[in-house]
Design a protein around this ligand. Sequence first.
Ligand SMILES: C[S@@+](CC[C@H](N)C(=O)[O-])C[C@H]1O[C@@H](n2cnc3c(N)ncnc32)[C@H](O)[C@@H]1O
Length: 247
Amino acid sequence: MTSPTHQFENSWDNQQRAESYAKLEFPNTYYLAYRDLPEIISTHVKGNHAIDFGCGTGRSTRFLKDLGFHVIGMDISSDMLQIAIKSDPSGEYLLVENGEYSHLGQGQFDLVQSIFTFDNIPGWENRTNILIELRKLLKPSGTMICLDSTPELYTHEWASFSTIEYPENRLAQTGDIVHNIMLDVEDKRPVEDIFWTVEDYLVLFEQAGLKVESIYKPLGKKDEPFQWISELHLAPWIIFVLTKNVS
Ligand SMILES: C[S@@+](CC[C@H](N)C(=O)[O-])C[C@H]1O[C@@H](n2cnc3c(N)ncnc32)[C@H](O)[C@@H]1O
């Protein structure tokens, strides 16, 4: 948490961070974000036309392509996108502004996937507007999968993250800036995220006309080849499965 005068900056709109992030793939705590997604997607998503919102350096986009989706990756950071394009020259990647997606048409997509993106998006109004515009991209039968950090991520130690240097995270309220250190990358400068409680995510989705179909909070398992720290009893990530709420 920081003073209200401190302006949030997208940590990922930076070439050095982008290069460091691009080497990540699925180590440690990140494994838990992606481990259950193939099953979650096959349970909830019909069709194979997808948007990967906040695609970063393309890890999450290539993941969907490997599951058989036609995907457009979108991001607000050109530094991240440049690496995504280099890693997947035949892929489709778009630089976007907040809430400006109308050029993609309405009701064309079966899935809007957003992995770790809202952790970097400040402001109730801004988030609500972005979600309303993403909702418009979905077919009536479409699904949005929104995966972000749990509040616990910022107050515990994890295989991939340390927060011990930031005891002020414990006082964070929805919308505040929180910090962590990523342990799997070369760039160990603290990352700034936006804290959001689960209750307030639910309010946000309701405001945007999205209905919560399911919530998943994957835990680590003892037989997995990782040195789990908090992951066996606390979930680092929360996965919301959302529908258009058309009745
Ligand atoms: C932590 S990265 C995750 C990248 C990718 N989804 C993955 O799992 O590897 C979060 C990404 O969200 C992007 N982002 C943040 N705010 C955004 C916004 N308003 N619109 C689109 N992308 C945004 C950042 O630039 C960054 O590339």
